[in-house]
Write a protein that binds this ligand. Structure first.
Ligand code: ADP
Length: 585
């Protein structure tokens, strides 16, 4: 931060480094820029022969050749402009395309805890908006900086060519005007900002008074509301007048200044003409060059904010790209686990949280058994389950699969052992087949996908969809009911054939028929897996091999449904509260 200049430059260099791949297009654009600036200069240079040859000397050759040259010049310029714009757009947009891809890839490699610190909409805005700003810095700004400085240099060359003396006078006078109008402009913008703040206050005050009109009337506060509003509108009036007078005065001052400058130039040019060093044609050429320079000068002085915004955006994106990936230091391959899960004194504390989310949890889940996890909301059930695919790291203790701490496995291998059927089923706008085969290698046997759909009780509704397995399910599966989505998730888990199954039962009640189909599908899925389930249904808990009861991050009771009921502790209490309705139904 101490050297913002250099660090901004470092960011820009890094950005340019990414454009290197597209140097062919950048080169083409560069050639285009040279020709563009050259054509602009040549055109002003032609003013002299145009005036002198065509009108003063009435040279018949010039009368014919010049129009043709002008057409040729602008054809050339058109081609050059196209070359520049195409080349810069191609390079700039490609850099953005690359950045978008890399940033999304990076986001998906960041640890889960990173998602707690930045909301998803902000991430999406990084992808859309920041990358867009980066194009402007990387392509539009370069285009302005190069084309316009070349144009200015070319035009200055033309001016010097015709009269170095007059040019020098112009170079002294012009910056003076620029400086003065710059000061005036700043003052104008300052007052204008004041007005905008004032307008916001006015609106707020009016809105307050109007939306609380009943209170205002009951308390008889009309006069005080009006007084408050009046202060604001008076201030607005004052400021508006100030803005108008500054603007009017400024424009007059600038015009007088410009006229004075022109007068000085005319004086010098007149004396040059008297000495025979200048004629009508070269004077017009010089004036044209001066006028032609103005837009370029204006763009160049404004380009800095474009660059700043782009650099700031690029800085944010690079910061994301530089963040550390989720740790994956395990080296042990894991093809197909037996599925034994052990928690050894696991504690978890989320960053910035005082109380641990889990404290000293120990239990073992044997292959092929069902472990139901129950507890009040916030007791740590989801946290416990998140430890298994290493979404979060324990602050103490270890989670083991087949007797080996999970961080010793390769992360992708570990996660391949786990299928998750959650409350929120992620579906995307594609066919049923593609949704079930999500994450599977392309070219998977359709018969296997179909078998998974049947085992998940999903075939029943799929066959009723137009197109069957190939039916598209609309954005985020909007066409499907909750139960149907869950059965697709179950089919996905069946196809994945992972030894460990994590279930987060839906709390929202499914209708009985749906519930029966889902339960039936799960019953088919569960026996071959080590299942951890956040249980909300009585039947799940009753049939579980063990029930873990969590309270405020601690494992307070552990046993079978019957044992825990008999103990008459927290589980018995929760059971009465939570499952009464289900039992009745
Ligand atoms: P449950 O699934 O039983 O409702 P959780 O595991 O979601 O409980 O939450 C346990 C505790 O950890 C709660 O106090 C919750 O506020 C906190 N917690 C959960 N997720 C996060 C997170 N991503 N960041 C910080 N605190 C969290």
């Amino acid at each position: 931060m101490s050297q913002p200049e250099t660090s901004a430059w470092a960011v820009y260099r890094r950005l340019l480094g990414r454009a290197k791949k597209y140097s062919f297009f950048l080169g083409a654009a560069g050639v285009g820029m040279v020709f563009e600036a050259g054509a602009a200069s040549a055109f002003t240079w032609l003013m002299e022969p145009m005036i002198n040859g065509t009108f003063v000397e009435r040279d018949p050759e010039v009368r014919w050749s010049l129009p043709l040259i002008i057409i040729g010049l602008f054809v050339l310029r058109g081609l050059a402009t196209f070359c520049t714009d195409y080349g810069m757009a191609r390079a700039g947009r490609s850099v953005v395309r690359d950045l978008r891809g890399e940033v999304l890839e990076k986001y998906l490699r960041l640890p889960s805890s990173r998602f707690d610190t930045e909301p998803v909409p902000s991430m999406v805005s990084r992808l859309n908006y920041d990358t867009e700003q980066v194009t402007q810095a990387s392509s539009d700004a370069i285009k302005v900086i190069l084309t316009d400085s070349l144009t200015i240099v070319g035009l200055l060359g033309v001016m010097f060519w015709y009269s170095p003396r007059v040019t020098l006078v112009m170079l002294v006078v012009a910056p003076l005007i620029a400086a003065i109008s710059g000061v005036v402009g700043r003052r104008y913008r300052q007052i204008n900002r004041g007005i905008q703040d004032g307008v916001a206050n006015m609106a707020q005050s009016a809105e307050q008074a109007l939306s609380a009109q009943q209170e205002v009337k009951v308390y008889g506060a009309q006069a005080s509301e009006l007084a408050r509003y009046t202060t604001l509108i008076n201030r607005n009036l004052g400021l508006s007048i100030k803005v108008e007078s500054t603007r009017a005065a400024a424009s007059s001052v600038v015009q007088v200044l410009a006229a004075t400058a022109l007068a000085v130039i005319l004086l010098v040019a007149g004396s040059e003409a008297a000495k025979g060093r200048m004629d009508a044609g070269s004077f017009v050429a010089m004036l044209t060059a001066m006028m032609a320079m103005l837009p370029s000068l204006k763009r160049i002085t404004n380009v800095q904010s474009l660059v700043q915004r782009g650099v700031a955006a690029a800085d944010r994106l690079f910061a994301i790209l530089d963040e550390p990936d989720e740790p994956d230091r395990g080296t042990m391959p894991l093809l197909h686990a037996r599925g034994e899960i052990e928690f050894r004194d696991v504690s978890v504390r989320y960053p910035g949280q005082d109380a641990p989310a889990l404290a000293g949890i120990s239990f073992t889940a044997k292959p092929g058994t069902v472990t139901a996890i129950v507890g009040r909301s916030g007791s740590g059930k989801s946290t416990l389950i998140r430890m298994l695919p290493r979404f979060y790291e324990p602050s103490a203790g270890a989670v083991l699969v087949d007797g080996v701490p999970v961080d010793q496995y390769r992360l992708a291998d570990l996660r391949r052992q786990i299928a998750i059927v959650g409350q929120r089923v992620m579906l995307f706008d594609d066919t049923i087949t593609a949704n079930i085969a999500y994450g599977q290698p392309d070219g998977i046997d359709p018969a296997r996908v179909r078998a998974a759909a049947e085992a998940a009780n999903a075939a029943e509704f799929i066959d009723r969809l137009p197109g069957g397995m190939e039916a598209r399910i609309g954005e985020n599966g909007g066409l499907l009911s909750g139960g149907q989505r869950q059965r697709l998730a179950i089919a996905r888990a069946i196809l994945k054939d992972a030894p460990i199954l994590i279930l987060d039962e839906a709390t929202a009640a499914l209708d009985t028929e749906s519930e029966r189909l889902v339960q039936d599908a799960l019953n088919r899925l569960i026996p071959e897996h080590t299942t951890l389930v956040i249980a909300h249904r009585l039947s799940t808990v009753e049939h579980a091999d063990q029930v873990l009861v969590l309270d405020a991050g601690r494992l307070v009771e552990q046993g079978t449904h019957a044992e825990l009921l008999a103990r008459g502790g927290l589980y018995a209490h929760l059971h009465r509260m939570q499952f009464r309705e289900t039992e009745a139904g």
